[in-house]
Design a protein around this ligand. Sequence first.
Ligand SMILES: [Cu+2]
Length: 112
Amino acid sequence: MKRCICLLVFVLLAACKKDSTAPLPPGAVAVTASDKGFEPSSVTFKKGAPASLVFTRTTDDTCAKEVVIPDLNVKKDLPKNQPVAIEIPTDKAQTLTFQCGMGMYKSAIVVN
Ligand SMILES: [Cu+2]
């Protein structure tokens, strides 16, 4: 039985991995944490529309193993090759910053 569950998890993980190239839900923007930092480094959302960022870390060579959005009090680990979605509030026009856990790779989220 335990083995079946392992197999199921493996299949799900494989499916998730495959999904990284699949279309994202409405308002979702994919951000890659690669050896160049976060790409893209600036994302614009429309005020009032659903919005989220889906982070995928693809390298072990940077410190961007977590993402921080100070204004939202958000701090999330980024497991390698595993998409992590973060909802972005769009109730008002504002510019937020997202960055690595040490405040590097500063990137912008613009809601307007
Ligand atoms: Cu850093």
